[in-house]
Write a protein that binds this ligand. Structure first.
Ligand code: UD1
Ligand code: CA
Length: 456
């Protein structure tokens, strides 16, 4: 059976009070709609359709990586009307699954279950039991438990409002039946909208099988209308993510002060102190320890390396047994070999630092190839930019760069060379020799401090 997935995302999202379309607000660093598209992708559907309304170009641009059909709903006349707009794009599928752009935590396990239990039904509903069902559509069943219809809160009688089983909105339907039901729904209700939920009564009237199941947890079917709900779901997501990592062998100093905004591949005995943020794809090998307040983005860190507090690492690769920080910044294409030491207020960009090399204090290394066993003194700067072009600095194995040196690229320092402190090096320095460029120190013996003139 072929499957089409429709994501309804045309709502205005007024309560977000935002210029950004609601479905682009991030949860765990990713737009709400991307969470839903990822869940949909995991089902390997034959076709995915997003029904959008506001901020269409912006939404499409932000999600350009996803392979889906974009359908515009010009005016928001209800969920049934929204789905009608998508039908032409779904003409060739057997079944249609309806998801929502502002309900981001739906799991692929729940969707698979919904599809499975509906395999022999023309309609399958995802329902939920709520202590406080107010605001939701209620599921009306006959005494035998068969679903008869859904009544919206605003159209419900007081007795119907007592029902605690609600419509989550998620459903799967046979495409041919769905098309015929949608053609029959009307907007003669409290909101003057075409309700998708009205297809349920039509299905019951037609005598087809209606299946139903419930989600793994309520967060999966919780929609976001404002920033309070967004923050609540963010916490739920982070709580789950932290729990999963801890069960897989990661120590979190405090699971409530950890944020995952991407994917963390952590080997055994990794430990993260408080306020660590993981972004993009991060790999931490066995025994890696990360201090408090570190941001790690798209990087990989080798075995037993320790990252001390307050480091920002983005797009870098660090080997085993290294020591980074506190207060170090590793930028894209920083490649640090095993046993390297990078200390406080050191910034490294597009630079290879060979095995056992050290840059312990107050340094900028950009566009450099640095060998093994090199010592970079405090305050060393690779002057890699002349205002127009970037140039390379090469430093051979076991070189020693004295403190406060400026290496004006392109320049090369030979293996075993020593650069005297305070030098400005703009020509290549030979291997194994001392090179320095600074004025000689002199002492003037006859000099005395000026005296204050006597006041008359
Ligand atoms: C809907 C259901 C209700 C269910 C509830 C769960 C209907 C008629 N009611 O009510 O039974 O309990 O969800 O949250 O379906 N949308 C469009 N175009 C439109 C209208 C809505 O794309 O013209 C999208 C919205 O962006 C939103 C979703 O559909 O993502 C739900 O719309 P909303 O108006 O919030 O429906 P509810 O009143 O909450
Ligand atoms: Ca809603």
């Amino acid at each position: 059976m072929t499957l089409g997935v429709v994501i309804l995302a045309a709502g205005l999202g007024k309560r977000m009070c935002s210029k950004l379309p609601k479905v682009l607000h991030p949860l765990a660093g990713k737009p709400l709609l991307a969470h839903v598209l990822d869940a949909a992708n995991s089902l390997a559907a034959d076709c995915q359709v997003v029904v959008f309304g506001h901020g269409g170009a912006q939404v499409q641009a932000a999600l350009a990586d996803y392979n889906c059909v974009w359908v515009k709903q010009e005016t928001q006349q209800g969920t049934g009307h929204a789905l009608m707009q998508a039908l032409p794009a779904l003409a060739n599928v057997d079944r249609v699954l309806v998801l929502y752009g502002d309900v981001p935590l739906i799991s692929s396990a729940t969707l698979r279950r919904l599809l499975a239990i509906s395999a022999n039904a023309a309609l399958g509903l995802l329902t939920a039991e709520l202590c406080n069902p107010s605001g939701y559509g209620r599921i009306i069943r006959d005494p035998a438990g068969r679903v008869l219809r859904i009544v919206e809160q605003r159209d419900a009688t007081l007795a119907e409002q007592e029902i605690s089983e609600v419509n989550t909105g998620f459903l799967v339907a046979d495409q041919t039946w769905l098309a015929s039901w949608l053609a029959q729904i009307k907007n003669d209700n409290a909101q003057g909208e075409y309700y998708l939920t009205d297809v349920v009564a039509l299905a019951a009237r037609d005598g087809v099988a209606i299946a139903s199941t419930q989600p793994g947890c309520l967060a999966e079917v919780t929609g976001i209308n404002d920033r309070v709900q967004l923050a609540e779901l963010e916490r739920i997501y982070q709580h789950h993510a932290a729990e999963e990592l801890m069960r897989a062998g990661v120590t979190l100093a405090d699971p409530a002060r950890f944020d995952l905004r991407g994917v963390l591949h952590a080997a055994s005995d990794v430990s993260l102190d408080i306020n660590v943020i993981i972004e993009g794809e991060v790999r931490l090998a066995t025994g890696v320890r990360v201090g408090s307040n570190c941001v790690l983005k798209n990087c990989s860190i080798g075995e037993n390396t320790e990252i001390f507090a307050n480091c920002v690492i983005d797009g870098a690769e660090v080997g085993a047994n290294a020591r980074i920080g506190p207060f170090a910044r590793l930028r894209p294409a920083a490649q640090l070999a095993d046993d390297t030491h990078v200390g406080n207020f050191v910034e490294i960009k597009k630079t290879t630092l060979g095995r056992g090399s050290k840059a312990n204090h107050l340094t900028y290394l950009g566009d450099a190839e640095i060998g093994a066993g090199v010592n970079i003194g405090a305050g060393t700067i690779t002057c890699n930019y002349d205002g127009v072009n970037k140039s390379l600095t090469q430093i051979g194995d076991a070189a020693f760069i004295g403190s406060n040196s400026a290496l004006v690229a392109p320049v090369s320092i030979g293996a075993g060379a020593t650069i005297g402190a305070g030098s400005v090096i703009s020509r290549d320095a030979p291997a194994q020799q001392l090179t320095l460029s600074r004025s000689r120190q002199t002492t003037i013996p006859s000099w005395s401090r000026p005296q204050k003139k006597p006041v008359k």
